[in-house]
Design a protein around this ligand. Sequence first.
Ligand code: GLU
Length: 475
Amino acid sequence: MPPMRTRFAPSPTGALHVGGVRTALFCQLMARHSEGSFVLRIEDTDRKRSEERFTEGILESMRWLALDWDEGPHFQSQRTPLYRDAIEKLVASGAAYRCTCTAEELQTHREAAKAAGTRISYSRHCRPGVGPGPVEGKPASLRIAVPLEGEVVFYDEIKGRIGFAVEEIEDFVIARSDGSPTYQLVVAVDDADMAITHVVRGDDHVNNTPKQILIYRALGLEPPKFAHLPMVLGADKGRLSKRHGAASVLEYRELGYYPDALVNFLARLGWSHGDQELFTRAELVEKFAIDDVNPSAGVFNAEKLDWVNAQYLRARTPEELAGDLREFARREENRELRGDEAWQSRMVETLRERASTLKGLLDSARYYLDEDLIFEEAAVKKLLVPEAAPLLDALIARLEALPTWDAPGLEETFRAVAEERDQKLGKLAQPVRVAVTGGKQSPGIFDVLEVIGRDWSLARLRTGVEMCGARSDPG
Ligand code: GLU
C-alpha cells in the first residue's frame, strides 16, 4: 500500500468555519495516524469569488489551530497547464465533446426536463451520435459524455456503498467556453496529480463524486478512496450557520478559546472513542480512525465547547494562565494587565474555577484590573443600604490598622467586627463584596480583598459607605 495522502482543499471564497476545520482536522489526523502526508490545496479557480484575504484567513486559522500541513499550499490558479493537458486528452479520446448551446437554449432544455420529470436537465443536444451536434465556429464549452447505461459505484469509508445510476448524472461541463476548467475537472486532476489516496470532505460533495470518478476513468487513472463527512448541525438541528455562534473559526480565538480545546471539541463532533471526552493531540493521532466517524450529522453544542475549554483552562498552572491572559489582553484588547506576574498569578487563581474562556476570565477580572468599578444596580440597591454603613465603617477602622494585608488576617478582622456587632458574617461580607467588586458574585471575599490590595480596597469601602447614603461613627 502506498503511504496515505490526504488533502484539505478549501476555496478562498469566505472565512474558514467550524465544519471546514473539522474536515481539515480529520484529514490531518488520518495522515498522521498512518505516518502519511497531509496536503493543503487552495481551490482558487473561481477568480471572481476568490480573495487573497480569505486565503490568508484560512492559513492563519490553520496555523492557530496547529493543523500543520506537510505539502502546499498549492494554488490551483498556478496549475493551469496541467488542467489544459487533461482537457486536451479528454477531447482527443472522445470522452469530452464540444457544446455550443447558449444560455437560453440550456434554459429551454432545463424546462423541458422539468416538464418531463427527468433528473438530467441537459438534453445532450451537442453530443456526437446522440443529438444534432454543435454549431461550427461558435464558442464551445466542453462536456463529459457520461455513459448511457450502468451505474457509478463507490464505497465510502463512512457511508458505505453509494451508487448513482447514470440516468442521474448529466453530461457535465469540464471547461467553460472561455477555456477555464470547472471544479469537477480540477479536483480530479489535482487529486490524481498529488497522489491523494483518501479524499475526505463534507458530504455536500457526495453528488460530485461520480462525476469525478468518471473523469478518473476517462483519463485512465485509479480513483482514490472517498470519505464524506456528515454535516455539522446547530443545536436546533438546522445546518450550522452564523446564527449558531461564530462563523469564522478565528472568532473563537477572539473569544478566548484554546486551540487545543477547540480541536478536541471538533474531533468529538461526529467521532468517538469509547466515552472519552478529552484527548491530547498525540492521543487523537493515535486513536483516530475514519471508520469510527458516525454517519449521521454531528450537532454543535456550544455548552459542551465551553466545558471542554474550561477543562483546558483549569489544567494550566496559575502562572501559565496568567501568561495566557496577558497575551490575550494584549492581542484582543491591546492592553497590559496591571501588577507583576506573581500578583497576576494570584489573581487568576481566584478566578479560574468560574471561567470557561480567557475572555470570560478577563471580563471577570475587571475589579482587579480597573480602578473604576462597574456597579450592578440591583446589588447596590439591595446591599449598600443605610444599615450597612456602621458595619462598614467599623470594618474600615480595623482594616486601616491591620499590619499585613492577607486573607487570613482579613478573615479574622471580619469575624471580630461581626461578633462585636452581633451580626452574621454574611451581613458584613455581602455589602463589602458589592463595594469592592461592584456585584454580588465573586470568589471568596478575603482572597478578593487580598488581591485587590489595601489601597484600592479601603478606597472602595469608603466609597461604599457613601453609597449607603448614611454616615455613622465607627464603634
Ligand atoms: N473546494 C471545495 C470546497 O471548498 C472542496 C472540494 C473537495 O474537497 O473536493 O468546498
